[in-house]
Design a protein around this ligand. Structure first.
Ligand SMILES: Cc1ncc(C[n+]2csc(CCOP(=O)(O)OP(=O)(O)O)c2C)c(N)n1
Length: 473
């Protein structure tokens, strides 16, 4: 007596809720390989019991909506950038299992640079590369992996060596790099090859669980709609057109665990208002041990030294051993236009340099108060240059500190250093960076000694203003 059981992997949703109203079917065409691959990945996630720590990166391409199907952590990435996002996620959450799932247009064309560098760095992630030799989603344009002679909408006479160049073999390219631990190419054709593909996908995920290093599986896949053939003929198409130019083999299988960065075990910084408050009110005689992280926006007019203030804080923080990111943003005008920068200082690795909800803002002028004060998280800090900004936001869930930066700078004989007064106020309030580290940063950057001295005087003036307010214990 035979009993055939078809079961759905537990990490697939029961219903695929989406705008179109369809809840039973996927977005894929009949005969497309994406569904088969999703199943293989989903079953591996179930069997390894890693659904609660898996983060799946959907690419741009036909599988862009993978998050409709898989009940795991999902991130939708911009075209080709999944390896960079995977890098950030894995480094910040080393216990997570990060799977980047990418088509050939996504991985080999627009994202070619991303995958090369992630592989070369040996990021401890898993990459599944769906090579169907064409841009499926956008209607069949030529991809880097399109075979010679293949007609596509962008190679209507057939791909030629002379015009478009020959197809790119990604596994072979990556195998020239020392970084990867595991590279294999498989194909979704007959049952035997399906079994080999299933094994390779499981191995690439198991490798990440075992921290063996960067694992990459290329899967020769079908795209009946893009190739304009039937689903059955599509399998033959893979055998006749893709397999001869993309040999199936293991290109690398080594254990890179000894070469990987040690897993970072530090707990992520707390976003609880009380913890942020504690960090902000911490003293800063030297860099305060209690300081964990800040996401700070400095904003004002061009010419006020906003960006330089961010740079010197960043340079000081580097000397404290903190992780630091700094991104400037200039308005279209130069002097007099708006300028701001995003500055993250943290004792833990930083996932993204962008800041949408700052924990602190230094507003050098009134427009900056208006622009950034509403975004400050509850419990956060707003330092206002009260020499230029009189209207304060109506918020009692943040700490607002007025610093008359111009008057204070003039009082120490350096009216140009109002920005440094604000820097001084910030370091006194936050405990993020010590004045000594900023002094070292000035000296090491080669700034003239008199200037360093003037700047440090202004920084001291800013610190004194805060101390005199008796805001901190
Ligand atoms: C920055 C950017 N450029 C172009 C596009 C248009 N686009 C959407 S899908 C796609 C190609 C995807 O092809 P592939 O990676 O091979 O995946 P497939 O659809 O075949 O699964 C392109 C070019 C886009 N969405 N974003």
């Amino acid at each position: 007596m035979w009993e055939t059981t078809h079961s759905r992997a537990a990490c697939f949703y029961d219903r695929f809720e989406r705008k179109s109203g369809d809840t039973e079917i996927t977005t894929y065409c009949p005969g497309c390989s994406h569904g088969v691959l999703h199943k293989m990945i989903a079953e591996a996630i179930d069997d390894f019991k890693i659904a609660d720590r898996t983060i799946l990166l959907s690419p741009v391409g036909c599988s862009v909506f993978m998050y409709y199907y898989m009940d795991v952590g999902n991130i939708s990435c911009s075209h080709g950038r999944a390896p960079a996002i995977a890098t950030g996620v894995k480094r910040v959450k080393p216990g997570s299992i990060v799977i980047s799932y990418q088509g050939d247009g996504d991985l080999a064309a627009i994202g070619g640079n991303e995958i090369l560098h992630a592989a070369n760095r040996g990021e401890a992630i898993t990459v599944i590369f769906i090579n169907n030799g064409i841009y499926g989603m956008t209607g069949g344009q030529m991809a880097p992996t399109t075979p010679l002679g293949q007609k596509t909408t962008t190679s209507p006479r057939g791909r030629s060596f002379a015009v478009e160049g020959p197809p790119m073999r990604v596994c072979e390219l990556l195998a020239t790099l020392d970084g990867p631990a595991y590279i294999e190419r498989v194909a979704l054709t007959d049952a035997k090859h399906h079994m080999a593909a299933r094994k390779a996908i499981r191995k690439a995920i198991q490798n990440q669980i075992d921290r063996r290093g960067f694992s990459f599986v290329e899967v020769l896949s079908t795209c009946p709609s893009g190739w304009k053939v039937s689903p059955v003929d599509a399998i033959r198409w893979v055998e006749e057109n893709l397999m001869p130019i993309f040999p199936l083999q293991v290109f690398r299988d080594i254990d890179r665990s000894g070469d990987l960065r040690p897993a970072i075990t530090a707990a992520p910084p707390s976003t609880e208002p009380a913890a942020i408050e504690a960090a902000h009110t911490a003293k800063s005689a030297a860099a305060d041990e209690k300081f964990e992280e800040t996401s700070l926006i400095l904003s004002g007019f061009g010419g006020q030294g906003v960006l330089f203030s961010g740079v010197i804080l960043a340079e000081g923080a580097v000397r404290e051993g903190l992780d630091v990111t700094w991104i400037p943003s200039y308005g279209p005008e130069m002097r007099g236009g708006t300028a701001h920068c995003h500055l993250r200082l943290s004792r833990s690795p930083i996932a993204s340099p962008m800041i949408t909800k700052p924990s602190a803002v230094i507003a050098f002028n009134q427009p900056s108060v208006e622009k950034f004060a509403p975004a400050i998280i509850p419990g956060g800090l707003l330092i206002v240059n009260s020499s230029l900004a009189a209207d304060l936001p109506d918020r009692n869930d943040i700490k607002i500190v007025k610093v008359p930066a111009y008057e204070a700078a003039a009082a120490v004989g350096n009216s140009k250093a109002a920005n440094m007064v604000l820097v001084g106020a910030y370091i006194e309030l936050s405990g993020a960076v010590s004045a000594e580290s900023i002094n070292t940063a000035f000296i090491e950057s080669g700034i003239k000694p008199q200037m360093t001295e003037g700047n440090m005087k202004a920084i001291e003036a800013g610190r004194r203003i805060i101390r005199d307010m008796k805001l901190i214990s």
